[in-house]
Design a protein around this ligand. Structure first.
Ligand code: PMT
Length: 223
């Protein structure tokens, strides 16, 4: 193993995109491949952690040696994550979770009718915010996919969702964000910018991020 820095730590990672059903054969989803989340899970395992990944739709296979819980919707991801939260030390929320879902999910394939179809959507529960509210001892790390004013929105998410760190990726930059093998991230803590990483493979981003997290854990019994 890489080093034992996370030995004895239980790490929960979310990966991939949620799928919000419209009918039995159609759904709303996004471009998340799961590469970032799976790389984080692998890095944590290499550092000796006990890793659970809650994964939505993904385009790649999960790493070996981690527990994988498959979910479809944001609601299912919420339930899977809150179910193990109490026994978790570190949470990294790299999944791309739907902000809206269909108000009515048809149990039959929707039929064509008029020229236009209006879908009625409603907000999903914000998982990260829920975890922030219920935080006891967990080290909570969120992601922020932004296209403008990255620092402003990242710091706003960090405060509102009671995160210890926010990993912001400017998804408008080439080589950053959804689907590719690389990312460009800036990590923010309660004090502001903590680390600004250049274009790196998602694997390398994951290792740097988990090293940073390990270095910021308060030793048990400390304070
Ligand atoms: O999977 P890849 O193809 O490798 O791509 C990686 C990635 C671009 C998906 C990843 O790096 C990333 O940015 N993930 C977060 C995407 C996102 O949904 O960002 P957001 O700014 O909309 O959400 C902010 C945070 O709130 C995220 O931690 C998200 O998991 C969380 N959230 C959002 C909505 C919701 N209902 N519940 C949540 O917990």
């Amino acid at each position: 193993s890489r080093n034992g820095k996370l030995a004895g730590k239980r790490v929960l990672v979310t990966a991939g995109g949620t799928m919000e059903r419209l009918d039995p054969v159609r759904y709303l989803t996004n471009d998340s491949s799961g590469k970032m989340g799976f790389a984080i899970a692998e890095a944590a395992r290499l550092m000796g952690a006990d890793v659970t990944v809650v994964a939505g739709r993904t385009a790649v296979s999960p790493p070996a040696g981690v527990r994988v819980v498959r979910v479809e919707s944001a609601q299912q991801m919420l339930e899977a994550v809150t179910g193990v939260y109490e026994e978790t030390d570190i949470v990294v929320k790299s999944a791309a979770v739907a902000d809206y879902r269909a108000v009515n999910v048809s149990d039959r394939k929707l039929k064509k009718s008029g020229e236009k179809l209006v879908l009625e959507l409603e907000r999903t529960t914000d998982i990260l915010e829920t975890l922030g509210e219920r935080k006891t001892h967990q080290f909570l790390v969120g992601f922020a996919a932004e296209t403008e004013q990255v620092e402003h929105y990242a710091m706003d998410k960090l405060r509102r969702k009671h995160c210890d760190l926010i990993v912001a990726n400017d998804v408008s930059k080439d080589g950053a964000g959804f689907n590719g093998d690389t990312n460009i991230v800036q990590v923010f803590g309660t004090e502001g910018l903590v680390e600004s990483l250049p274009l790196l493979s998602k694997r390398e981003v994951a290792i740097r991020l988990m090293e940073l997290i390990a270095g910021r854990l308060t030793p048990r019994g400390g304070e």
